[in-house]
Ligand binder design. Structure first.
Ligand code: CUK
Ligand code: CUA
Length: 640
């Protein structure tokens, strides 16, 4: 009966979309005390930081939970006028790639660093899908401090997923592509099976500095790698990747990619792979990728192009890669807080399969295989299966956990979240989402220690939830109270860009570790000034270096002459403030393609090549004091 009802509800929502009318009963799940649960009184703080991916907007946003308030938009694979990211000479190298400056990307997933499978929240990692990259954000400054490009990859969707001590950030390629030299890559698309390859990249993370390094790659069959999760606790040392198009079709028109009943979860024994690498079994391959690091001493991005990667061929090693059959195009694959259960979400499947790590190990030990795939063992579905969740809903995508023995799976098609018992596989509750939920998130949900108090649904379709704003609407997120037996919707809040995955962690982990300003004596930027008396203009050939200071409430120098059309003009602005929350900005009328926002104690550079004669005003863009509007100057550009 219940089953029929949700089927009907799903159909009703689908029909409502098709005909553009407002679904009935949308608000019916709100109960009276919802407001008090999300109300954070003025002057008080939220309990959790929620770091949300920005999708095709390329940023991350920082939101408080339970209030849903946005604190920051954090540019990663995007340029951001607000703080000059991607505009200042110092930040441009962060967006460099082997093929030059790429100031846009599609950021889908967040991974917050962990120690012993618990959030330590030192760093947030994010992926770029289009030009495969992984970024690291420092959570004491909320700045992008590193971006590494990933060679042998296209459509870096299956990342960034991390191991329980952040030993590795892992990235699987969505698109298999021909790799190697130009000659090898210029092949007919129809030779997909022979010439295309999938790669899984293991990027190590330095436990002290966080710096990433492309350690090695594992070659894989030309599937599409969709998502992944690391094992944890008992399954630490393993990684699980969801795959689709295991038919290895080069066109997914019609039903090519979903012909088969089952695709695979690819289980990777990365500890073993690591051993083989140590034994020198990796083969060196020529590639080209950028590695961009933010130098903390000079506050400047340094981009290096690297030329080599170590590749392991698992066909030669037999005990690194195993395939677990999983029904129809699995999307998410998630591991529960104990590390015992691996949940696959076949987007087109009518059940949710739950696999047992213990059973998987037994099956491997007993060589209980149903065959091989390109020489690698395929395990028997039944021998790895813990059980199936029956009739969960339609279109299962992602699963999170509350640490109390329950799993929560998002159902895209039937537009709901389903709560089920991991041991008994019984569905115990379901709530509608408005509408078509993609990822869902419980604070600490992917770790060994979830905080099972709130859950957020990041929905793909908004329709009637907010005041309409033309054809495009803010993607809706919804907050649920999951502290009780029944999930309860308590808040809608809009998001920035198109959120996919997000993570949240207790604010107490980082709120007292925030950098409030940079100490002047630690500013080692080569163009930094130590005081207002150092302000000056220097010419060096056709380059003009303007050493500018900003402090409430003036610039020095504020009248600049001697610049000629065609000169390369550099404004090196040092913000001399030594106080929290007092950035100064810089905008120059002629140099209207860039703006700076310089943090206290920091130096940043705006480049301008004037193309016309004139007097050009400049001013501070950030309201910094009562005399902010007086913070201004002129630059005179004379004929060449
Ligand atoms: S994907 Cu977006 S709903 Cu790119 Cu993680 Cu599943
Ligand atoms: Cu400085 Cu406004």
């Amino acid at each position: 009966m219940k089953t029929r009802m949700w089927l009907l509800a799903g159909a009703a929502i689908a029909m409502a979309f098709a005909y553009g009318c407002k679904p009935k009963g949308a608000q019916s799940t709100i109960s009276g005390d919802a407001a008090s649960k999300v109300y954070v009184p003025p002057g008080q703080y939220d309990e959790f930081y929620n770091i949300i991916s920005g999708g095709f907007n390329g940023q991350m946003s920082v939101v408080g939970l339970p209030s849903g308030r946005v604190f920051k938009i954090l540019p990663v694979f995007s340029v951001h006028p607000e703080n000059g990211y991607g505009f200042s000479e110092e930040t441009k190298p962060m967006l460099n790639t082997a093929n030059g400056f790429v100031p846009w990307d599609d950021l889908h997933h967040i991974a917050i660093s962990t120690t012993n499978a618990e959030h330590d929240a030192r760093w947030a990692f994010g992926n770029a899908n289009n030009t495969p990259r992984i970024a690291r954000v420092d959570l004491t400054t909320f700045k992008t401090v590193e971006i590494i490009e990933i060679p042998n990859s296209a459509g870096n969707h299956s990342s960034p997923f991390i191991t329980e001590n952040t030993e590795y950030v892992v990235a699987g390629t969505r698109f298999s592509v021909p790799t190697g030299t130009d000659e090898n890559r210029d092949v007919p698309i129809s030779t997909y099976k022979e010439n295309f390859k999938g790669h899984i990249s293991f990027i190590s993370v330095d436990p002290q500095t966080g710096e990433m390094d492309l350690s090695f790659q594992i070659e894989a069959p030309p599937f599409n790698f969709d998502l992944a999760r690391a094992g944890k606790k008992k399954s630490h040392g393993w990684f699980f990747f969801s795959t689709y198009n295991t038919e290895m079709a080069h066109t997914l028109l019609e039903v090519n990619a979903s012909q088969k009943d089952k695709d695979y979860i690819m289980a990777v024994n990365w500890k073993k792979a690591e051993e083989y690498i140590k034994q020198g079994k990796g083969k060196k391959q020529s590639v080209k990728y950028a590695h961009n690091v933010w130098d903390e001493h000079t506050h400047t991005g340094v981009s290096t192009i690297k030329n080599e990667v170590l590749v392991l061929d698992p066909k030669e090693m037999k005990d690194i890669v195993y395939f677990i059959p999983c029904p129809k195009s699995p999307h998410g694959t998630d591991t529960d807080p104990t590390g015992e259960y691996i949940i696959g979400s076949g987007k087109l499947a009518a059940i949710i399969p739950v696999f047992s790590f213990t059973k998987m190990l037994n099956a491997i030990e007993n060589e209980d295989f149903e065959g091989t795939l390109q020489g690698m063992p395929v395990l028997k579905y039944e021998s790895v299966l813990h059980g199936e969740v029956q009739k969960p809903g339609l279109g299962p995508l992602h699963t999170e956990f509350d640490g109390k023995g329950f799993a929560y799976t998002s159902m895209f098609v039937s537009s709901e979240i389903v709560k089920w018992n991991i041991e008994t596989l019984e569905v115990v509750d379901r709530v509608p989402t408005f509408y078509s939920v993609g990822h869902l998130m419980i604070p600490g949900g992917p770790t060994g220690k979830p905080h099972g108090k709130y859950m957020v649904a990041y929905n793909k379709i908004t329709k009637d939830r907010y005041l309409p704003t033309g054809p495009e609407l803010a993607h809706s997120a919804q907050l649920y109270d999951i502290s009780g037996e029944k999930m309860q919707l308590i808040l809608d809040f809009p998001t920035i860009g198109e959120p996919h995955y997000a993570e949240a962690f207790p604010a107490s982990l980082i709120m007292d570790k925030q950098v409030k300003f940079y100490k002047m004596e630690e500013n080692n930027h080569p163009r930094a000034l130590k005081g207002i008396n150092d302000a000056r203009v220097e010419r060096d050939g056709n380059k003009v270096h303007i050493y500018l200071t900003s402090i409430r409430s003036n610039f020095r120098p504020d009248n600049i002459e001697g610049v000629r059309v065609g000169d390369e003009v550099y404004f090196h602005m040092t913000n001399l403030e030594q106080d929290w929350d007092v950035p100064h900005g810089l905008a120059v009328k002629g140099a209207n393609t860039a703006e700076l926002l310089v943090m206290p104690g920091e130096t940043a550079t705006l480049k301008w090549v004037p193309d016309r004669v004139g007097i050009f005003p400049f001013y501070c863009t950030d309201f910094c004091s009562a005399l902010h509007q007086e913070m201004q100057g002129y630059i005179r550009v004379s004929p060449a």
